[in-house]
Design a protein around this ligand. Structure first.
Ligand code: DI6
Ligand code: FE
Length: 411
């Protein structure tokens, strides 16, 4: 969707946004009511209305009515495009089976792979859109979408095309990630090395050349790929010009954080089992830690990510839904923030930075979105709350007053 060419002033909003660098120091404070001038979808100026209005005569005025204004939310880790349901596995887990044992018996990721391979492009789009709309209703303006439920070339490309189509059908930015190393495809059962070889020599170069993927991701876990395999795959991805991300240390400590840092990854995601050494490596590399409390909650895990160590090392922490049919069927960033606060002890400031500026950095988009600053896209959310903490505190509330994407308010 094109950005609006109108010049518009969003007046009288209490702005919460991390200024450049402020997020690293622990977030930002809410300002007294200010005005945001938008020109061609981008922020032209922020300041007192009485100073800005004369500089932009004829600008259309939108009165935020003294409400809280934040950057539009960014979900930097989702598997929102997929087919089928795994509700039966949810029941098996409640009867005592583990996620790993279900995966080993042919369920798990591979059951979604089977369903996704059978789905047409249109079906993938149609089933994803209600989930996307739920996120939008919570103030989302940027969405990351991973492939990884096809694992063959055709289906992976179809998933990425569905993700790009979502950007044409809704007012939001979409960042796509080729998750080529999510699981071993069934046709390669017992032949991990053969698949890794094919991924590096054939699949990765083809997907990269298609232009449909903005980044590459892998799942480093006992039920997925070993650190040695991931290292090889990352090297191939980087040779194809793709930045990398990693599902790291979710169910065990395979030193995924260190591996991600060694490859200058944009982000290392999950991190429940990451140790101090892994945290230090993330800090040195400037790799974002993406916290995914939905999967922790749904799997009833006990091991929490090392939040205090991440804080001490000043690693930027993002918060995301991990929206996927198996371990985190969650399509609400407000709920993800609540889970991050209740389960992991994140502060309100950390939750907000986690779904705005740090999430932008996890996608390499921090020059374009994630804060409200001149030059960036005017992607913003206006909230009916008295205090930012209400965004984290209230489960199931719908406090969004209005969402702006590229300076254009939703109808
Ligand atoms: N993200 C993933 O990709 C895996 N776990 C996670 O948190 C597996 C998702 C799935 O079971 O489909
Ligand atoms: Fe995931």
């Amino acid at each position: 969707m094109p950005a609006s060419s109108t010049t518009r002033i969003i007046a009288n909003g209490r702005i919460w946004s991390a200024a450049a660098g402020a997020a690293e120091r622990g977030g930002a404070l809410e300002s007294p009511p200010q005005a945001i001038v938008v020109h061609h979808g981008r922020i032209a100026a922020i300041g007192p209305l009485r100073e800005l209005q004369p500089r932009f005569p004829g600008a259309e005025l939108f009165d935020a009515g003294g409400r809280l204004v934040t950057p539009g939310f960014i979900d930097c880790h989702t598997h929102i495009v997929h087919a089928g349901t795994r509700a039966a596995e949810f029941e098996r887990r409640r009867a005592g089976e583990s996620y790993q044992s279900i995966a080993k018996s042919g369920g798990g990721i591979l059951s979604t792979v089977a369903a996704t391979r059978q789905a047409s492009l249109q079906q993938l789009i149609d089933t994803a859109l209600p989930r996307v709309d739920a996120l939008i209703a919570d103030g989302l303006t940027t969405l990351e979408v991973k492939s990884g439920y096809g694992l063959d070339l055709d289906t992976e490309l179809r998933m990425l095309r569905a993700a790009r189509a979502i950007a044409d059908l809704r007012a939001l930015n979409v960042a796509t990630t080729y998750l080529g190393a999510h699981a071993l495809p069934p046709e390669h059962a017992g032949d991990a090395e053969g698949y890794v070889q094919r991924l590096c020599a054939e699949l990765l170069p083809t997907v990269a050349a298609s232009g449909l993927a903005d980044a590459f991701d892998a799942y480093c876990e006992s039920v997925a790929f070993t650190p040695q395999q991931v290292a090889k795959i990352f090297q191939a991805a980087q040779q194809c010009g793709l930045r990398v991300k990693l599902h790291a240390d979710q169910l065990s400590n395979l030193h995924g954080a260190r591996l991600a840092a060694q490859h200058q990854a944009l982000s290392a995601d999950h991190l429940e089992y990451t140790d101090e050494e892994g945290v230090a490596a993330l800090a040195r590399a400037g790799t974002v830690a993406v916290i995914l409390p939905g999967a922790f909650y749904f799997l009833r895990e006990q091991q929490r990510p090392p939040i205090e160590a991440l804080r001490r090392a000043r690693v930027a922490m993002a918060v995301a839904t991990d929206c996927n049919p198996g371990t985190s069927p969650l399509c609400s960033l407000l709920t993800a923030m609540n889970l991050a606060a209740v389960e992991f002890g994140l502060t309100t400031e950390e939750c907000l930075a986690g779904v705005t500026c740090h999430a932008a950095r996890a996608l390499g988009l921090h020059d374009a979105v994630g804060t409200l600053e001149p030059g960036k896209w005017c992607d913003a959310a206006i909230w009916d709350v008295a205090h930012p903490a209400e965004l984290v505190n209230n489960l199931g509330a719908r406090p969004l007053h209005r969402r702006f994407w590229h300076g254009q308010p939703d109808a």
